[in-house]
Design a protein around this ligand. Sequence first.
Ligand code: C5P
Length: 402
Amino acid sequence: MRGNSVLLIIGGGIAAYKSLELVRRLKERGISSRAILTAAGSQFVTPLSVSALTGEKVFEDLFSLTDEAEMGHIQLSRSADLVVVAPATADLMAKLAHGHANDLASTALLATDKRVLMAPAMNVRMWNHPATQRNVKTLKNDGVIFVGPNDGEMACGEFGPGRMAEPDEIADAVERALSEKGGALSGVKALVTAGPTQEPLDPVRFISNHSSGKQGYAIARALAEAGAETTLVSGPVELVPPARVKLLKVQSAREMLAACESVLPVDVAVFTAAVADWRPEIAANSKIKKTDETSSRALNLIHNPDILATISRGKKRPQLVIGFAAETDDVIAHAKAKLVKKGCDWIVANDVSPHTGVMGGDRNTVHLITAKAVESWPELDKREVGTRLAERVAQTLHGQAA
Ligand code: C5P
């Protein structure tokens, strides 16, 4: 950890005194700190004590000419390897969740290109308030890392979650975040497809399926968190795109193929999308009228391009191509056949029978099928499936056995 530095934002809360201890604990681990003290924070600890511990000037004011002459606020936000907010008050969290930038701390949080780690501290009702919980969810989706809060008795006399994590716990989380900084996949380019496609019948109707996009979004997030430069080509879904992922939204299979091809070359491609196998032969330019109530209407469907097979066999084939197989019976046998048919390196196979709740759900049970082996993973959260897959991708691209 030697040589790493954090930008520590000290918010206003009784836990601010623990942040002084945090600075010492980080120093013991070879991590230096530079601090921003909010106006509220300075009601609890003095700039002098923070400065004495960090051995650096403390930054307090967005509009200080002296500070800006020494180091502009944008530069300050990027000067460290990690931004740590401790204590992270409900207000600081709300500001970042909503993109406010009206003081030095919130501006630095918005301007930084580094990861942000928050150690919340507040009254238990404030923590449990739906507004705070909404903000936590938004921030997590944006890639913010959280440590704590812990349960316990609070300075205000109430009991429950809201106590800031202890300095050693925060220092551990800082070390973990810093060790991920380089990322097992840094320098790697990744492409992920996700969600369903919609195949237009006319301007108001389409053929589609129930894919939620959750698994593909989780994979894109995990690849990006491991440091890969990740593009996510997504069909129509209602999900918030993960942080640091380039999102290309498409509607039909043909648009998805074109978007994927525009992203090549990449090192690894994961085809999670539930691409519609067929599309209406003719997509009418105006709404198809109902003629009479009794007659039936034929719909002629033609095959869509197979994106996975096209890219697996194309000139710009990525080094590692991973397909998905959503099956309802004989999952492994069908998936093995698919590996050969599509020309990809791995297939991630899952049982999507309605009783499994995989389609649209948060959990998944998958088998990883390579040319050599079948690995069955336990039932996992879709995010965990993403993380494990990203780890396997990193091992393989770095030359370890698949
Ligand atoms: O043939 P099947 O649809 O079961 O194959 C599933 C795999 O192929 C998935 O990885 C899916 O993203 C991909 N696929 C595709 N283009 C299609 C159909 C499937 O990329 N038209």
